[in-house]
Design a protein around this ligand. Structure first.
Ligand code: FES
Ligand code: FE2
Length: 377
């Protein structure tokens, strides 16, 4: 039954249906998708700015998995499972700077910032810190494959995804001009939104510009539907772009400085990509942003938004204005993603019908979901 429905998703857009209800409301299906669509993939977990200096650590529960993100002395970001190899205690509960070693609060086994097990007090009995049965070199922290791109720490939980640079090369090339230092705007350039919907609905809504006139009337007044184009790279990402990006201005018409050496294309264009599975990105000549979607069950999602600029110091009022503008736009989307979630309880709904012209990027994402699920069956 499910295969018939998934195969229907794979048809040409004119003949296809969207993913079935089950993929949005069912707990067992959520568990399958967690593995196939998140843990087998390169998924975004956090921005690197959360751990700016060597020794900084941050614990984070990512789709039920306790992760420990850490910047080591070589300024490399490491991602470990936040679990002690002795009895499985959670190692770090709150973000903190590690001066010496990572010490387990239970029996004090200690790990270096590279994850090596370095001390095991009294493991061989009182006063004996070694035992022949405990091989420290085999008991380091369990490391998760990770890579940092666009200030985002991406992880492949199951360790089975292709090399990141290979996998992401088309997206990286598309936006190679933005491969330059981007500065986080600080406290006023970060916010979170809680959505009562499946994470996939947030991706689907982000991909398309079809809803702009009705959901974002203010935005549409200066960035009209007809100025947008679809972007589709099957199997990797989809999204949309605008040919008329209007830069935000503050008092005395001040603007944010542009990124360096951008080609003509970016003088008026901006692009918005949903990189499958869970990262939504936007680039403009004067700022970029990322949205990381963290699934919190089949019907809940946490969005974390971070905004970046071309210079370390930018005008505070303008930065606040920019954040406010994006916050307004992303909040306008909440009612539709939550509305679609409620709609998924309609038993006879067939997954929906795509506009062959306007819904290409959404169909592209549905096909990625369906294909990955079919491959695993
Ligand atoms: S559980 Fe960590 S030292 Fe025992
Ligand atoms: Fe929107």
């Amino acid at each position: 039954m499910i295969n018939k429905e998934l195969n229907s998703v794979l048809k040409d857009i004119e003949l296809s249906n969207g993913l079935p209800n089950k993929n949005y409301i069912d707990n067992k299906q959520y568990d399958v998708e967690k593995k196939v669509l998140i843990f087998d993939q390169w998924a975004g977990v956090m921005v690197a700015d959360e751990i700016p200096e060597p020794g900084d650590t941050k614990p984070l529960t990512f789709v039920d998995i306790p992760l420990l993100l850490l910047r080591n002395e070589k300024n490399e970001i490491k991602v470990f499972l936040n679990v002690c190899r002795h009895r499985g205690m959670i190692l770090i509960k709150k973000p903190k700077k590690i001066e010496g070693a990572i010490r387990c609060p239970y029996h004090s086994w200690c790990y270096s910032k590279n994850g090596n097990l370095i001390s095991t007090p009294h493991v061989g009995g009182p006063g004996k810190n070694l035992h022949s049965g405990i091989n420290k070199q085999d008991l380091g922290l369990l490391e998760i494959k990770s890579y940092t791109w666009q200030n985002i720490i991406w992880v492949n939980i199951n360790g089975n995804a292709p090399n990141f640079e290979e996998y992401m090369s088309v997206a990286m090339n598309r936006w190679s001009e933005f491969n330059q230092k981007q500065y986080h705007g600080g406290k006023d350039s970060k916010f979170k939104l809680k959505l009562k919907c499946n994470w996939k609905l947030a991706v689907e809504n982000y991909c398309e510009s079809y809803h702009l006139p009705w959901v974002h009337p203010d935005l549409n007044s200066y960035s009209r539907l007809q100025d947008h184009y679809n972007i589709e790279n099957p199997g990797y990402y989809s999204g949309q772009g605008t040919l008329l990006y209007k830069q935000i201005k503050g008092s005395k018409k001040i603007k944010f400085p542009n990124f360096k050496n951008l080609s003509e294309k970016w003088q008026n264009s901006a692009e918005y990509l949903a990189i499958y599975p869970n990262v939504l990105l936007g680039v403009h000549k004067d700022h970029t942003y990322s949205i990381i979607l963290i699934p919190k069950g089949p019907k809940k999602t946490l969005e974390t938004i971070n905004i970046y600029y071309s210079k370390k110091k930018t005008n505070t009022q303008l930065r606040k204005k920019n954040k406010k503008q994006w916050e307004k736009i992303f909040k306008e989307d909440i009612s539709v993603v939550e509305g679609m979630q409620k709609g998924r309880n309609s038993v006879h709904f067939d997954g929906g019908k795509f506009s062959p012209v306007m819904d290409g990027p959404t169909h592209c994402f549905h096909k990625w979901v369906a294909q990955n699920l079919l491959n695993k069956n």
